[in-house]
Design a binder for this molecule. Structure first.
Ligand code: HEM
Length: 472
């Protein structure tokens, strides 16, 4: 074990080794959990708070006492993972807390201490560049001034719901609960997390702990997901000298499932696909088949239903070097737009700096038969609570959404908009170009696929260090 004092986590630009983890106990105990690795619980509540005018002393007393005591630090998350490995006993309830710029201002803090202009201005100020719906169309609680969000997660749904109700009572003297939003992870038959359109989600992530490479069964010959914690951390301006925190983006994204799945069928017909091959249409939209098989690698799903329930079998070691014409994985498919894996004009080194730690969870519950029969699929009311950590909202989330996803000219002229999350100011149809035959350049189909994800509200936050919370 090294005897030198460890570097602050936000300065480390390589993945943390086991030795680093052993040396970083103080810094990891000051960092909130869920940033370096997702908490993994299937149920959560997201409680959005607005502090009441004139109650700053009560708010501070709550933050410094009961709230701080709730938080799961990165170190506790690591300890709980070790205990789970040894005893199979899970770490119990997981809680994190994030603060908006308006929340810092309420607490008398100068938000100029934060370098990120979009964080300081708040998510409502970004609706025009992001082509988000007008704030009047957001769900009412999100349209208000949000100060903070407490996330409670557990394996038991009823426990999360109970704790969310208790929090509302606990804070009622000094805060209003603007929104209490449940999250419930949907899973496929193999136990992989899926989003409501039915596709495995959350598979490709920047990995910040060397130990997480063990879960990458297909290796990293073509795609190396390993990064350092500096990818998502900055110094917490109000925390201790070595403290670290992270910008946190929250967006409630409704998924129009029945319309999306219907349009997949129309696309399959337009491509002339028949029988099982019709699944290719949706795979071209996402960039992966529903089971997670990358369409850059195969024109059919490859993962056996009988494999054990985890992500290891879902390939992630791929890039687009064998698909320079986009005839396997179209340039505008969701995963190619949001991570071109070195095939964009900026090159791999710049692209790598954009990646965020995605920590989303689905919301809205569904009966099993609503996954099979299009006529029973939800029209609205279900979707994804998109959540992501980063060191810069301007350079990561907003960069990806505006300059990649919404930019029809990215990664090259004529690529088209992301058919899943592309947002546009101009309602005129903007058909994308789809390959007619997988892997064959030349024959194409022009087809407009878009507008099945609707932003219902959100906010930009900062995930403070524990020492930063004590200083609020
Ligand atoms: C309802 C909205 C969304 C849906 C249904 C969705 C769906 C998916 C799916 C199915 C995957 C493939 C699984 C994986 O590789 O992890 C994926 C990957 C990804 N998504 Fe989304 N997503 C949504 C919103 C977003 C947003 C808002 C962003 C960022 C602006 C985003 C960025 C990414 C990234 C970076 C990847 C990984 C790509 C890769 O590394 O190959 N997604 N998404």
């Amino acid at each position: 074990m090294s005897t030198t004092s460890p570097q602050a986590l936000h300065l480390i630009d390589k993945p943390l080794s086991e030795e680093d983890l052993a040396n970083q106990i103080d810094n990891l105990s000051d960092l909130q959990g869920n940033i370096l690795k997702g908490h993994g619980r299937d149920h959560s509540a997201h409680i959005f708070l607005k502090f009441k005018p004139g109650r700053i002393a009560m708010v501070r007393a709550w933050l410094h006492g009961p709230l701080k005591a709730r938080i799961t630090s990165a170190q506790k998350q690591i300890d709980d993972a070790a205990a789970f490995k040894a005893t199979q006993k899970d770490g119990g309830v997981f809680q994190i807390f994030v603060v908006s710029a308006a929340g810092y201002a309420y607490l008398g803090k100068d938000t100029a201490a934060f370098g990120d202009a979009s964080f300081r201005a708040g998510a409502q100020a970004s609706i025009d560049p992001l082509n988000d719906p007008k704030i009047a169309a957001w769900e009412p609680g999100f349209a208000d001034e949000i100060h903070a969000m407490l996330l409670i997660a557990d394996v038991q749904q009823a426990k999360v719901a109970f704790m969310a109700r208790e929090v509302a009572i606990e804070v009622s003297a000094f805060a209003d609960v603007l929104v209490s939003q449940p999250g419930d992870q949907q899973k496929n038959e193999r136990g992989n997390g899926i989003e409501h359109f039915g596709y495995v989600d959350g598979r490709s992530q920047p990995l910040m702990l060397e130990r997480d490479l063990a879960g990458e069964s297909d290796g990293r010959t073509l795609w190396n997901p390993m990064v350092g914690p500096a990818q998502v951390l900055i110094h917490d301006p109000f925390g201790g000298a070595d403290s670290s925190g992270s910008y946190f983006v929250f967006r409630k994204l409704e998924e129009k499932v029945r319309a999306f799945k219907t349009q997949e069928q129309v696309l399959a017909t337009a491509m002339g696909l028949t029988g099982d091959a019709r699944e290719l249409a949706g795979a071209l939209v996402i960039g992966r088949f529903e089971d997670g098989t990358p369409v850059a690698l195969s024109d059919e799903p490859l993962i056996e239903d009988s494999l054990p329930p985890n992500d290891a079998a879902v390939p992630n070691d791929f890039d687009y070097r064998h698909d320079t014409d986009g005839s396997r994985c179209p340039f505008m498919s969701h995963i190619r737009k949001s991570n071109p894996r070195g095939s964009g004009p900026g090159g791999l080194v710049d692209e790598m700096t954009r990646h965020m730690a995605r920590r989303g969870i689905t919301y809205g519950e569904r009966a099993a038969d609503t996954f099979e029969d299009i006529s029973k699929m939800p029209v609205d009311g279900v979707g994804l609570l998109f959540m992501a950590y980063q060191r810069s909202i301007v350079d990561q989330f907003e960069f990806i959404q505006t300059l990649w996803v919404d930019n029809a000219g990215f990664p090259g002229a004529g690529s088209g908009m992301d058919p899943v999350i592309g947002q546009h100011a101009n309602p005129a149809p903007t058909a994308q170009v789809w390959p007619k035959v997988w892997g064959q350049a030349g024959a194409t189909v022009s087809f407009d696929f878009r507008d099945f994800v609707v932003m219902k509200g959100g906010e930009y936050f900062f995930s403070p260090s524990l020492s930063g919370i004590a200083a609020l």
